[in-house]
Design a protein around this ligand. Structure first.
Ligand code: GDP
Ligand code: CA
Length: 303
């Protein structure tokens, strides 16, 4: 079955590692988190997906590569360089190659495709757009670029609003609209709605393609018992949507989904899309696989 998945970084990547062995998967990844550090172009969400699907991710830390060392960053600190964004030695190699490719005129989607092939991924991975798109976070302390809010300020400021700079002019990367048109199922990964999925949907032709779908679209909730497994999704939903129940998750995706996969710990009350209740904590490979099977089953496919 052809499945197109909209995905952020870690939550999306965990889900994808269960799904990819079971289906023909194209991932449309968030680039709103992308950041330029030390002259390098970093795409944290695409990289979380690459590393996770290639079996290279540090599952304990929850981001970056396993067996990582930090020597280069140590030198950066010694020399008074920009060291707030943590780039490990293994990780740096990828950023060097990507940055050089982008500088010589290659598109982000082209270089991402090359990396996916080089790392042996069994899925197609596309950035939502090759154009510049950046998430900005409005808080009482001012507006911050996403990584400044998330990493440098440890996402401690409450979020009053979001802006996806460049989204209006951004065109879907080559292959994205085709993947949505050919999909037999569209999935919204258990990612942060505001900072992972909305930046993708802010690319208007992508949103329009999902709205005009003729196949089921299913979202997997990133909340369990009304709480994020990790990160600020629950705080954002409480403040921006008025609660952390499945209802508020579906409100983030109005008109865009037909079903929501929610955890047994949550209540489907008030939902106007089909609830699919299961265990959604992706503790290990088995749990990831079972969650992916549930989603495929719900779409009417033999898993
Ligand atoms: P990021 O871009 O790296 O922040 O990752 P995503 O946006 O893709 O995923 C972050 C979300 O994943 C958080 O809101 C978490 O609650 C969610 N998440 C992480 N692990 C799990 C899990 O095991 N089950 C579910 N349902 N959600 C998870
Ligand atoms: Ca992210």
């Amino acid at each position: 079955m052809k499945v197109t998945v909209l995905s952020g970084g870690v939550g999306g990547a965990r889900f994808l590692s269960g799904l990819v062995p079971l289906a023909d998967v194209t991932v449309v990844g968030n680039v709103g988190d992308d950041v330029d550090v030390l002259g390098l172009h970093v795409s944290p969400d695409l990289d979380s997906i690459l590393y996770t699907l290639a079996g290279l991710a540090d599952e304990e830390r929850g981001w970056g590569r396993a067996g990582e060392t930090w020597n280069a960053l140590g030198t950066v600190s010694e020399l008074g360089g920009e060291d707030w964004f943590r780039l490990g030695d293994l990780d740096l190699g990828l950023h060097l190659v990507r940055t050089e490719a982008l500088r010589s005129g290659e598109t982000l989607s082209s270089v991402t495709t090359r990396f996916a092939r080089a790392l042996g991924l069994d899925a197609t991975l596309l950035p939502a757009t090759d154009d510049r798109l950046r998430t900005w976070i409005a808080t009482a302390a001012g507006e911050f670029a996403f990584q400044e809010w998330f990493v440098a300020r440890s996402h401690k400021d409450d979020v009053d609003g979001l802006r996806y700079e460049g989204a209006e002019a951004a065109r879907p990367a080559p292959g994205v609209l085709e993947a949505l048109a050919e999909a037999e199922l569209i999935v919204f990964a258990p990612s942060n709605p505001y900072v992972s999925i909305h930046p993708i949907l802010a690319v208007e032709p992508i949103r329009a393609a999902v709205e005009a779908r003729t196949v089921p679209a299913i979202a997997v909730s990133p909340l369990i018992g009304g709480r994020a497994v990790k990160g600020p999704a629950d705080r954002m939903l409480r403040r921006l949507a008025g609660g952390t129940a499945p209802l508020q998750v579906t409100e983030c995706y109005k008109g865009l989904i037909d079903a929501l996969v929610l955890d047994e710990a949550d209540s489907p009350s008030g939902l106007d899309v089909r609830p699919i209740v299961t265990r959604t904590l992706m503790v290990d490979d088995d749990a990831r696989r079972r969650l992916a099977e549930t989603v495929l089953d719900a779409a009417g496919a033999p898993a």
